[in-house]
Design a protein around this ligand. Structure first.
Ligand code: ADP
Length: 440
């Protein structure tokens, strides 16, 4: 097999000792050994420079390094670079495949997914579902301003405030108003946000059916219960001593059922409301009523105190707010043993939010139960709740009333020490008290 001239030179020059030795011998024979050695050494250095330059050129122009032959340092270096280039290539290929798989998975999701640039809120990428749920079109809508693209929806205002992952927005689809969407904004990196829109039409429909069913059943139960209750009231236990305990129990149970039906109807009414008619709720008289209720319900078994430190009134529905506060007061009375204390405090915090707290020194609630307290029929102790005449709907009513007022319920409790239920109202719901305004 003939060896190319270039490769022959390469092999020769790859052995510097041989080249220098040969140069020295030829120089010696010609009578000038040192100049011959110097020329050979310069040739060697030049050749190494040339190879180095070629290698740098190949690397900087991202050319592939071919496996070199021979067993000198250049061949070893070539092999190392070749191997590392191959590894990098494989890794990049795997990453591209993974990225394609992730994109395909995100594209196949039934929920609309839109990647937004955080600062500009411009669309960077979206999947197929974003087309038929949000009406986005590829490619025109990449780089579009999302809020502008979904204009009739109040997205701009929501995005400006929806900084936490729990923030949800329920809106009709801009493509088909019969489709209800639940939008969620997920800030997943410093640079990008993920907007997920889920079709909740069926869920809303089922929720509607459930709400109507509960409202209808409660309504239908109301009349027969009123009749039974009326007849029971007419029967005097004193006139029928043998039946007295049975009559008393029947009255108690019919009273409980009536209360249950009333609570279910209240909940249905609250659920079907999106907003309330704001009126000024006079807090001094509300607090006085709550005190009277606590004392009447507790029949003097507790020490009841009321502190009015806020000096403001609330904007809202007097009837619903009274129902929420009196539920809290009734719970405090029912879950506090005789001799305990109940404190009702109305105050402002440093942000101007108004807080109405009902604090008791009662049985307390184990921490694990706190997150579920406002669920319907959720009870920490079923027997204690029934004994005390509870329906298990009180705190669900409180939660709904507060939601209608953009307020929230906070609960802290310690078993054996007592509980504090605080209704926290945004500063926008506070108005200066009429009497105090006059005084200024
Ligand atoms: P209920 O009619 O059973 O009182 P609620 O919805 O008002 O229903 O309250 C739910 C549960 O929360 C109650 O069953 C009770 O276990 C617990 N709870 C509510 N308020 C208090 C309180 N002040 N102290 C102790 N437990 C309470």
């Amino acid at each position: 097999m003939s060896v190319p001239a270039n490769s022959r030179w390469n092999r020769l020059l790859a052995r510097p000792a041989l080249v220098l030795g040969a140069a020295a011998l030829i120089g010696f024979l010609l009578g000038h050994p040192w100049p011959a050695v110097a020329i050979a050494a310069m040739a060697l250095v030049g050749w190494q420079q040339l190879r180095l330059r070629r290698l740098v050129q190949r690397l900087s122009s991202r050319q592939r390094i071919t496996l070199g032959s021979g067993n000198d340092a250049w061949a070893d270096l070539g092999q190392l670079l070749h191997r590392s280039q191959e590894e990098t290539r494989h890794r990049a290929q795997r990453l591209v495949e993974m990225l394609r798989a992730y994109r395909a998975a995100a594209a196949a999701l039934p929920d609309a997914v839109v990647v937004l640039e955080r600062d500009t809120q411009r669309v960077q990428w979206f999947n197929e579902a974003a087309g038929h749920l949000l009406g986005l079109h590829y490619p025109e809508d990449t780089q579009a301003l999302l809020a502008e693209r979904l204009r009739p929806l109040p997205v701009a205002h929501w995005m400006a405030n929806a900084r936490n992952p729990e923030a949800l927005l329920d809106v009709p689809s801009p493509v088909n108003p019969a489709v209800r969407l639940s939008l969620r904004l997920i800030p997943y990196s410093d640079q990008f946000w993920l907007l997920v829109a889920r079709d909740v039409t069926k869920l809303m429909h089922l929720e509607h059916i459930r709400r109507d069913f509960v409202a209808n059943v409660s309504h239908e139960l109301r009349t027969p219960l009123t009749v039974i209750h009326g007849y029971l009231e007419m029967l005097d236990p004193a006139e029928q001593p043998d039946w007295a305990p049975i009559l008393v129990e029947m009255r108690r149970q019919s009273q409980r059922m009536t209360q249950l039906v009333e609570d279910l109807l209240t909940l249905s009414r609250l659920e079907s409301q999106d907003s309330i008619n704001d009126e000024v709720v006079a807090m001094d008289s509300t607090l006085a009523t709550l005190r009277r209720e606590a004392e009447a319900l507790g029949k003097g078994r507790h020490v009841v105190t009321v502190e009015d430190r806020a000096g403001v009134d609330l904007l809202g529905s007097p009837r619903e707010l009274h129902s929420a506060f009196s539920n809290l007061v009734s719970n405090a009375v029912r879950y506090t043993p005789e001799g305990g204390s109940i404190a009702i405090v109305f105050e402002l915090d440093q942000d101007g939010e108004a807080m109405l707290s009902v604090r008791d020194s009662g049985y307390g609630i184990p921490e694990s139960h706190l997150p579920r307290l406002t669920e319907r029929f959720y009870r920490v102790s079923t027997s204690r709740s029934r004994e005390s005449g509870g329906t298990g709907l009180g705190l669900a009513i409180v939660k709904h009333v507060l939601q209608l007022h953009q307020a929230r319920l906070e609960v802290t409790s310690e078993v054996g020490q007592g509980s504090t239920f605080t209704c926290r109202f945004p500063a926008g719901r506070c108005v200066a008290r009429a009497a105090e305004e006059d005084a200024q």
